[in-house]
Ligand binder design. Structure first.
Ligand code: HEM
Length: 452
């Protein structure tokens, strides 16, 4: 059958191997740049072929809307397979009826009342963060590499809210290993993506990279298992009593354990979700908060004092602008399971579609002077196409933790701003970025903290 995608422009294709060679051997720091060249060279729909795969990249709002709002094409594409050994088919990766079932079990965890009860944890973890930062600042010049602080903060917060486990000041070997393993997994997956012969599972398992990957998995899984077992013990002891009274928060893990009791999920399934949420929630936040605070506060006349409600709106706009310029998930991939029309072209089952959030949110026609950090864009009441801003994705597979994330970010930024004046080391400097499993800076982010 004729494939409409054969008529869509894209990088040159070789027989059999297709255009995949353009990515081969690219370091992750250049991968994002390569993808960003596409729309400039070929337009807002670009086809890349790799062996038998057709991968359509879309950059237009109209196309993005059709893809994200499709109610049956909810399957993730091939690259997500590489993180399956880690996250299993948890909520992020699962599809079809399994995804529907899981989403139903997990959705109540993000109900507003439960989120409200998490506020205490957000507050406590933020206070601890501020104490840690103060200690660091008092020890030295006040110049801090913020990433490790933020990754601890987000990990502790998700563990306590969702898993009911306190990790603070837990510098145990297992925690340290877990955090390192997650970073390594991200790097290994990206490298594997650009090394076509390592796509084969068997070859990968024999290669040193595959062996390192397996070691990382061991650390991550044993950490997750101990979190589950600890909670299971205390849940079995007093879970039923306290979950029906309002004495204790009903953590996500409790909900999963309850579902296990009802036969809706097994232990393997719980592990998938624990891994999924610890990953999504701890990488989903950390990079973007403080690094961009530096550029906000470098411009000191709009340094936000966030204790007033009016200023909270500004803070919200700040957060929105951060996620416009630095969307944690720069692009999303789908494998098409049911033919559909994308405007005038037919997208057939088996093709993959990649939605470019990062690129779309930096389009000049949608956001004048797109590289300029200007939260006011979100305050001026200007109407915008609903798909012109999708850092949390949209449609059925949107981010389940979106409201959780916003509350956590607000709380953290508020407390930090109240306690410190932040100065960028270099005014107007922007971190070089790399596409990891999430968008990450390619270098440490140093910020000068001056205690107020
Ligand atoms: C700034 C913070 C965050 C951003 C920008 C963000 C963004 C996203 C995006 C774009 C997706 C869609 C991914 C895809 O289709 O492949 C997603 C999915 C998801 N997010 Fe987030 N996220 C954030 C924080 C969180 C937090 C805090 C949690 C958990 C508490 C979370 C849990 C999830 C889960 C489980 C999914 C999969 C949902 C599904 O497929 O049904 N995220 N997120």
């Amino acid at each position: 059958e004729d494939n409409d995608l054969d008529r869509v422009p894209g990088p040159p294709k070789w027989p059999i191997i297709g255009s995949g060679l353009i990515f081969v051997g690219l370091p992750p720091s250049q991968m994002l740049d390569r993808l960003l060249e596409f729309p400039k060279k070929y337009g807002n729909r670009v086809v890349v072929t790799v062996l038998y795969r057709y991968i359509l990249h879309v950059y237009d709002i109209e196309d993005i809307e059709i893809v994200l709002s499709h109610s049956r094409n909810i399957k993730k594409n091939k690259p997500y397979d590489f993180i399956k050994p880690w996250l299993g088919t948890g909520l992020l990766i699962s599809t079809g009826s399994k995804w529907h079932r899981r989403r139903k079990i997990l959705t109540p965890t993000f109900h507003f009342d439960i989120l409200k009860s998490f506020m205490k944890v957000f507050e406590e973890k933020t206070k601890n963060l501020v104490v840690d930062l103060k200690r660091r600042v008092s020890e030295g010049s006040g110049v801090v590499d913020v990433m490790p602080f933020m990754s601890d903060f987000t990990l502790y917060t998700i563990c306590e809210t969702a898993m009911g486990i306190t990790l603070d000041s837990d510098k145990s070997e297992a925690t340290v290993k877990y955090k390192q393993a997650i970073m390594d997994i991200g790097q290994l997956v990206m490298k594997r993506l650009t090394t076509i012969w390592l796509h084969n599972d068997f070859i990968f398992s024999l290669h040193p990279m595959g062996k390192k990957f397996a070691k990382c998995l061991e650390s991550v899984h044993s950490f997750a298992d101990s979190v589950i077992m600890e909670r299971k013990k205390s849940y079995e002891k007093d879970g039923e009593v306290s979950s029906s009274s309002s004495k204790r928060r009903l953590a996500l893990l409790d909900l999963l354990l309850e579902a296990e009791r009802k036969g809706e999920i097994d232990l393997e399934g719980i592990r998938e979700e624990v891994n999924t949420f610890m990953f999504e929630a701890s990488t989903g936040l950390k990079e973007r908060i403080l690094e961009e605070c530096t550029s906000i506060l470098g411009d000191s006349d709009r340094s936000p004092n966030t204790s007033e409600l009016g200023e909270m709106k500004y803070l919200e706009a700040v957060i929105k602008e951060i996620l416009r310029i630095y969307p944690s998930v720069p692009f999303i991939g789908r494998e098409i399971t049911e033919d559909f029309m994308l405007g005038d072209i037919k997208i057939m089952k088996g093709c993959e579609v990649v939605v470019h959030i990062y690129d779309m949110q930096r389009r000049e026609d949608l956001y004048p002077e797109p590289e300029v950090f200007r939260p006011e864009r979100f305050l001026d009441g200007e109407s915008r196409h609903p798909y012109a801003y999708v850092p949390f994705s949209a449609g059925l597979r949107n981010c389940i933790g979106q409201r959780f994330a916003k509350l956590e970010m607000k709380m953290a930024i508020c407390e930090i701003i109240r306690n410190f004046r932040l100065e960028p080391l270099k005014k107007g400097a922007r971190p070089a970025l790399k596409a990891d499993l999430v968008l990450r800076p390619n270098e440490s982010i140093f910020v000068k903290f001056v205690q107020r």
